[in-house]
Design a protein around this ligand. Structure first.
Ligand code: AMP
Length: 380
């Protein structure tokens, strides 16, 4: 009997546990809150990630540990890795936690990135804005996600307000200034690397965000083979450089046919949720196969898929359940503004059928605006 430990007990841990059940796996989840939604499917240990007694209890019950959450303190990942196998390795996790370290690595590997500069203090912010120009974005180096911990500087007159908003964090989580990329599209590569270095990627995904939070994903993204090849090469170079084991996502901006790397997510990713029904092997199952050293599954797509995120509260399920290719995922969470509470995936044989299904679902759920950019892309 193999038990997989997951640090973080949100929807990603929940979907990992669900996908591991057919493999006969057991799970333990460590989370800071007692109502973490993965706890509905796997025994939950409630404790702080820095609490050694909670970590010790967790370590004594599992064969291998992984993450549903990238902001687990690096020291905790190191502490665990001295006792049990931990994948991805703590160095990879540490680099992915820090936007500055991550972008520096992208650059070293020849992966194009937006302009960026470290902002340790106010004088450095002035110098960085002068060098990079406006518009630009001030971000926390660590602990930011879903557009949180960011301030857009539209003109030099906004620098004061940006410093007022985030300056206090320069000394704690650090700050980075990035050039604003007027991208045409946002894409992601979701990929997996095994313990033996085998690499596989799912077809490229196109993503639409609202207020910095993912709203919809379409796979396969409509890109030419050259662009897809470059995206895979970037993802592979990164995974090899980090000796990464497991699933990760590389988020990319597409501008004038050039791919610029935004962020590496060291875990299964929201833009890969469509793989549950849209691919031969889901990102969740392949992540488990990778961390356990099992053969990786085929990442081939089955038709065309679109995932719609439900933020704040679940809509009425019937409009999706009625669809032949409709799949519903309710994470069992309490509704709360801005919270990811569920998603739906629609799958169809052909793009035109997917566009028709999305149009019906948009109308039935009152989500016309959410489906509109995807329908437009499919019709293009
Ligand atoms: P992040 O937390 O870095 O993934 O940012 C969340 C979202 O904000 C991204 O998906 C983009 O839509 C937007 N964003 C972040 N960085 C930039 C940038 N340098 N230029 C333009 N948009 C950005």
């Amino acid at each position: 009997m193999t038990t997989v430990g997951i640090l973080g007990g949100g929807q990603l841990a929940r979907m990992l546990a669900l996908s591991g059940a057919p493999l006969g796996l057991r799970f333990r989840v460590l989370d800071t809150v007692a109502d973490a939604c993965a706890g509905q499917f796997a025994p939950l240990i409630v404790g702080d990630y820095r609490d050694e007694s909670a970590l010790a209890e967790f370590a004594s019950q599992v064969d291998v540990a992984t993450f549903d959450f990238e902001n687990v303190p690096a020291e905790s990942a190191h502490w665990l890795s001295a006792r049990i196998p931990v994948f991805p390795n703590p160095r990879a996790l540490g680099i992915a936690q820090d936007r500055l370290a991550e972008k520096t690595l992208f650059r070293e590997l020849g992966i194009p990135v937006p302009d960026f500069a470290d902002v340790p203090d106010r004088a450095a912010l002035d110098a960085a804005v002068a060098a990079i120009g406006t518009p630009c974005i001030l971000k926390t180096r660590r602990l930011g996600y879903d557009g949180k911990g960011q301030f857009r500087i539209k003109s030099p007159g906004d620098v004061e307000a940006a410093w007022d908003a985030l300056g206090a964090q320069a000394a704690t989580v650090g700050l980075i200034l990035e050039g604003f990329v007027p991208f045409e599209r946002e894409l992601s590569v979701v990929a997996v690397r095994g313990r033996d270095g085998e690499f596989r990627a799912w077809p490229l995904t196109e993503n639409w965000h609202v207020d910095g939070v993912l709203s919809a994903s379409l796979a396969p993204a409509r890109v030419d083979a050259g662009m897809a090849g470059r995206a895979y090469a970037h993802a592979r170079a990164l995974a090899d450089a980090l000796d990464y084991v497991g699933v990760f996502a590389l988020e990319l901006f597409c501008r004038d046919g050039v791919l610029l790397a935004n962020e590496l997510a060291p875990r299964v990713h929201n833009s890969g949720h469509w793989t549950i029904e849209g691919s031969e092997t889901s990102q969740f199952q392949n992540h488990l196969r990778a961390v356990l050293g099992l053969p990786l599954g085929d990442t081939r797509m089955v038709g065309h898929a679109c995932m719609l995120n439900w933020i704040g509260a679940m809509p009425d399920a019937n409009g999706v359940l009625r669809e032949p290719g409709g799949h519903w995922h309710d994470y069992g969470k309490e509704p709360r503004a801005g919270r990811k509470v569920g998603h739906a995936t629609l799958r169809a044989e052909a793009p035109v059928e997917l566009a028709e299904a999305l149009t019906r679902v948009g109308a039935a759920l009152g989500r016309e605006a959410q489906v509109a950019p995807v329908v437009a892309m499919l019709g293009a």
